[in-house]
Ligand binder design. Structure first.
Ligand code: TRP
Length: 334
C-alpha cells in the first residue's frame, strides 16, 4: 500500500501554566492519541511566550514544561514520533508573527471573544500588546508546519478562525496565481460535553478548580468532595438547569464509557454524596494506569530533556524551510 506515505500533520499545544487536567484529557489529549494511532504526524507546541499574555512573568518554566511532557507521554503520545517543542526555541516560527500581524486589523483583534474573556480574568491591570496579538502568534504556531488539523477545545475556535483568515490573506496577497503557501487548517473538536471546574466555573489550570491528571487519588477525592452541587436530593442529568451536577455525571460517564443519564439513574435519591463517591471512584479508576506511567517517567528527567531537544531540532528545521518560502514570495531575498 502506498497510502502509508500520507501522514496528515496535526498541531496543537498547551500553555505551560500548570499540569494538564481532565478537561484537556477528554477535550483534546484523547483526540491526539487517536490521531497518532491513525498515522497522523503530531506536532505539539509548548507556548512559553504565550504564558505572558495575562501575567508579568512566567514562573518555574523548566519544571512546568517537564510536567506537561510527563502528561503527554503518560497519556500515550509517542515520544519517538511526535514533535514536542517550546516556542522560545524556534526563532523562525516567531519571525512569522511580523508578516502575519500585517494581515489582520486591530478591530479584528479586539473582537476575539476568547481574548476578551481572558482580559476579564487577567492578573494584569493593563491589557498588553501580547494579549491582543497572541492569536496571531498562534497562527504562526499552526502555519509554520502547515498543519491541516488542530485538535482543540471550543475556546480556541476564534484563534483557528484568525489562523484561517491569515492563511487565506497571505496566499491571496503573495502567492496569487501560484500554488498557495499555507493550507487553511481545520479545528477538530471532541464530542466532549462541557466539563466545569469544581467551583462551577470554566475549568482552568490557573483558576485552581481542576483535577490534574497527575493528582493523587486522595487529592482527587478531596477536590471532588469540595465540588459545587445543588440541594436537590434526587440526581438527574439536566445540563441546562443543573450544570454542576450534570458536569459531574458527564465526567463519570466519560471515565466509565457510560451514558450520564444511566449514571444519574443509578444514583437516584443518593444525593450529592453518593454522586461524588461514584465520580471519585470512576476518575481514579480511569486514571490509574496513566498515573502509574507518569510516575515511572518522572524518574527519568534526562529522557524528557532528550525528547524535547529532539522536538526542538525538528521544529527548527521545519520553521526554517517555511520562513525561507515566506521571504521568497514576499521578495525578501538579499
Ligand atoms: N492557546 C492555547 C492554550 O491556551 C495554546 C496554544 C498555543 C495552541 N498555540 C497553539 C493551541 C496552537 C492550538 C494550536 O492552551
Amino acid at each position: 500500500m502506498t497510502t502509508a506515505a500520507f501522514r496528515p500533520r496535526v498541531l496543537t499545544g498547551d500553555r505551560p501554566t500548570g499540569p494538564l487536567h481532565l478537561g484537556h484529557y477528554f477535550g483534546s489529549l484523547q483526540n491526539r492519541v487517536r490521531l497518532q494511532s491513525e498515522g497522523a504526524e503530531l506536532f505539539i507546541v509548548i507556548p512559553d511566550y504565550q504564558v505572558l499574555t495575562d501575567r508579568d512573568t512566567a514562573e518555574k518554566l523548566p519544571e512546568t514544561v517537564e510536567e506537561l511532557m510527563l502528561d503527554y507521554l503518560a497519556v500515550g503520545i509517542d515520544a519517538e514520533r511526535a514533535v514536542i517543542f517550546t516556542h522560545s526555541s524556534v526563532p523562525a516560527l516567531n519571525q512569522l508573527l511580523l508578516p502575519f500581524l500585517s494581515l489582520i486589523s486591530t478591530a479584528e483583534l479586539h473582537r476575539n471573544p476568547t481574548v476578551k474573556d481572558e482580559i476579564q480574568h487577567s492578573r494584569q491591570a493593563q491589557v498588553s500588546g501580547l494579549m491582543l496579538t497572541y492569536p496571531v502568534h498562534q497562527a504562526a504556531d499552526i502555519l509554520f508546519c502547515k498543519a491541516r488539523l488542530v485538535p482543540v477545545g471550543q475556546d480556541q475556535l476564534p484563534h483557528l478562525e484568525a489562523t484561517r483568515t491569515i492563511a487565506r490573506r497571505f496566499n491571496a496577497r503573495y502567492t496569487r496565481g501560484g500554488s498557495p503557501l499555507f493550507p487553511e487548517p481545520e479545528a477538530l473538536l471532541s464530542a466532549m460535553p462541557l466539563l466545569l471546574g469544581t467551583d462551577g466555573g470554566k475549568m482552568s489550570k490557573s483558576r485552581g478548580n481542576a483535577i490534574a491528571l497527575g493528582a493523587g487519588e486522595d487529592e482527587t477525592a478531596q477536590l471532588i468532595r469540595g465540588a459545587k452541587t445543588d440541594t436537590e436530593r434526587r440526581i438527574t442529568f439536566d445540563p441546562e438547569h443543573r450544570p454542576e451536577v450534570s458536569s459531574l455525571l458527564s465526567l463519570a460517564g466519560l471515565c466509565q464509557g457510560r451514558d450520564p443519564y444511566a449514571v444519574a439513574e443509578e444514583i437516584g435519591e443518593g444525593g450529592a454524596s453518593r454522586l461524588k463517591a461514584l465520580v471519585t471512584e470512576a476518575v481514579n479508576e480511569h486514571l490509574r494506569p496513566i498515573r502509574k506511567r507518569r510516575a515511572e517517567l518522572a524518574g527519568d528527567r534526562g529522557y524528557l530533556r532528550e525528547v524535547l531537544a529532539r522536538g526542538n531540532a525538528r521544529a527548527n528545521e521545519v520553521a526554517d524551510v517555511t520562513l525561507a518560502q515566506v521571504r521568497t514570495v514576499m521578495g525578501m531575498t538579499y
